[in-house]
Design a protein around this ligand. Structure first.
Ligand code: GCV
Length: 650
């Protein structure tokens, strides 16, 4: 990455451009400005304008300095007659200010006379790596881990530094480096032998304002400490965690804390020992509290072995049922980490009713950047569009989720989509998703369109035709994928375990316990007050809306209701005809993306043009398969033909 280079996919949104500048600058920095901020400013301006931008005798200057009146991580940019001033509230604030300046200049929005201020909405903006110690990445679609190999930390410091730069440029300030499904070998990251290497990693991230966190194994006291139990109420267990934590902080004084997946998907936890989630989380919280650390405690807990005959259990209800009664019982430094939807990162879900429900407990919103259910970074899927909807989803009559960010929700986390592929994310356009996550965690009021526009310009330049067509493709990509995927929020019609490609009955006939219960007349689970009662977990204002077929948002109809295929939608179409139509349209959309992409051939870097085209062609095959399998599934169940007489594979 860096100066004087041509476009490389590896540079992601920190690409060189050759923009014209009116006059050169000098660089002025006060002594407390960190070296990385100065270096990023120097190199970043050269990246945009060429090395001639800096001249020692220039009349104008770019001045970097700290202004403690500003919020600690915030910054102010001023473009005045004497030049540009970047003020930061702290060392990290100044670094964010530099990246803010480069972004504003890169998208052409920082003319003379402009003053821009910015500060993050939440204190913690966290990346979760699902990297395994063996070097693979759970749900990773961009190669292997950049952190691990052969059951130990083994990384290229240059590459990690470049990752840190990318993350800092979008405001990320915490990274949990290992998968939440902690194996025995990744549990060993806490051992005295492994900690020096973890500390080396922390040293690389630190100058970029990023603190390390570790996913930990609930049974560490047994696995590593030789104890008989991991019972959080056992004094020896607490003592073991206290001592271990002290050891960690000696090696990494700014360690952010522990991330825990407990009692979930066959992992041990307090419940398996007859204890509460609060018992487990609080024990860890007390260990990290003296050092200013936190515990990120995941709420993704449900019965993954629900028998198909059991119609009382309803998976989306699980987290709320378990955690809501424990509100107020958690230590102050416990942060409950809640996935955006109550199911599992599906293409379409309502928000989790747990978000905003815990009035006396801190919460983190967890998003997924890696495209587990959204196309494996083969299919194009601009997650910003979906996340804007997540942030705009109502919590009650007067508030949407966005209004809670920075208050009840003080942490925004997401599962990374990065691996050791040269372009980081497999699909080059999937870089947009990492970018968008950081930008939204910093400012959840940004729209998908604004962020997509920024990302396109920073990555591919400001040529209007490129911007316009790419914006069209990117902004339409989520809708297209949804059209050829499972209809109206029903979810889960994917190949089991893999989660790519269609298998409408895959989960229906396996013991993981996620059922849509489609038969020849109807589909869906009645989750209303009259059914499983899931809707009652929401604020009464929303319960009423979701309970009624008429007021329930149509795109979520099959999340909340069981409906006959003959049910007539607002469009006047039956549910079945809607399914047929959308599945034909989804394929047409992908064909349109390919045609549009072709027209940009001369205007895009060759490597990216080719690699993206290859993925779009694979996406087309996938979309066609979805169309055919889903339409055939419903046709064979119902025996009702497509009104338009199109070919449905029989
Ligand atoms: C890390 C889903 C995914 C798992 C993931 C889990 C979780 O079940 O398929 O790969 O495990 O969610 O978020 O813990």
């Amino acid at each position: 990455m860096g100066i004087g280079q041509e476009y490389r996919e590896y540079n992601a949104w920190l690409q060189p451009h050759s923009y014209r500048f009116k006059e050169p600058f000098r660089l002025n920095t006060s002594p407390e400005v960190p070296m990385v901020a100065r270096d990023e400013c120097k190199a970043g301006m050269e990246r945009l304008f060429g090395s001639g931008i800096w001249q020692e005798d220039a009349k104008k200057s770019v001045t970097l300095h700290i202004n403690s009146q500003l919020p600690a991580e915030g910054y102010r940019l001023t473009n005045g007659s004497n030049g540009i001033a970047v003020e930061g509230g702290s060392q990290n604030g100044i670094l964010y200010g530099v990246f803010g300046l480069l972004r504003a200049l890169g998208i052409g929005q920082f003319d003379e006379g402009t003053v821009a201020e910015s500060a993050p909405a939440v204190e913690r903006r966290v990346i979760n790596q699902w990297d395994r110690a063996d070097g693979t990445v759970e749900r990773g679609y961009a190669g292997n881990s950049i952190f691990f190999k052969d059951d130990r930390l083994d990384f290229n410091p240059e590459r990690i530094r470049d990752y840190a730069r990318l993350l800092a440029s979008i405001g990320i300030n915490v990274i949990a480096i290992n998968n939440v499904n902690v194996t025995e070998s990744s549990a060993r990251l806490l051992t005295a032998e492994a900690l020096p290497k973890v500390a080396e990693l922390a040293d690389i991230f630190r100058p970029y304002g990023i603190r390390l966190a570790l996913s930990v194994h609930f049974e560490s006291p047994v696995l590593l400490g030789g104890l008989q139990t991991s019972d959080p109420l056992d004094k020896r267990v607490a003592a073991w965690w206290n001592a271990k934590t002290q050891e960690i902080y000696q090696a990494i004084p700014d360690f952010s804390g522990y991330l825990m997946k407990a009692d979930s998907e066959f992992r041990g936890g307090p419940a398996s020992l007859g204890r509460t989630q609060a018992d487990g989380a609080n024990m860890l919280a007390r260990a990290v509290a003296p050092f200013g650390g936190v515990v990120y405690w995941r709420c993704f807990i449900y019965n993954c072995m629900q028998d198909w005959r059991d119609t009382d259990t309803d998976r989306p209800k699980a987290a709320y049922d378990l955690f809501k009664p424990q509100d107020g019982l958690f230590e102050k430094n416990v942060i409950l980490q809640v996935k955006n939807g109550p199911s599992d990162f599906q293409v379409r879900e309502p928000n989790s009713p747990l978000l905003g429900a815990m009035k006396h407990t801190r919460e983190a919103l967890e998003l997924q950047i890696t495209q587990e259910y959204t196309g494996h970074q083969i299919d194009l899927y601009n997650l910003a569009v979906q996340w804007e909807e997540v942030f705009s989803f109502p919590v009650n009559r007067n508030q949407v989720l966005r209004d809670l960010i920075g208050n009840e929700i003080d942490t925004v986390a997401a599962v990374s989509n990065v691996g050791d592929d040269e372009n980081w994310t497999g699909h080059t356009l999937a870089q947009a998703n990492l970018y968008s996550f950081g930008r939204l965690a910093w400012n959840p009021r940004l729209t998908a369109r604004e962020i997509t526009d920024e990302w396109i310009k920073l990555t591919f330049g400001t040529e209007p035709e490129v911007v316009e067509k790419l914006t069209d493709i990117m902004m339409s990509s989520r809708g297209a994928y949804e059209k050829y995927n499972a209809p109206l929020g029903i979810g889960w019609m994917v190949n089991i375990n893999l989660h790519y490609g269609p298998s409408p009955d895959g989960y229906e006939f396996m013991k993981w316990g996620t059922y849509h219960r489609a038969n020849r007349v109807a589909i869906g689970v009645d989750r209303t007050s009259r059914g499983t009662g899931f809707t009652k977990q929401y604020d009464p204002y929303l319960t009423e809306i979701f309970d009624s077929r008429e007021t329930c948002p149509e795109e979520l109809l099959l999340y909340f209701h069981r409906l006959p295929y003959t049910y007539v939608l607002k469009s006047g179409k039956t549910l079945l005809q809607h399914i047929y139509d959308t599945h034909f349209e989804g394929v047409q959309e992908v064909e349109r993306f390919i045609a549009l992409w072709e027209t940009l051939k001369a205007k895009l870097p060759g490597t990216t043009f080719v690699s993206v085209k290859q993925r779009l062609l694979k996406q087309l095959e996938n979309a066609e398969e979805w169309r055919d399998v889903i339409n055939t599934f419903f046709y064979r169940l119902t025996g009702t033909t497509d009104e338009k007489g199109r070919k449905i594979y029989e």
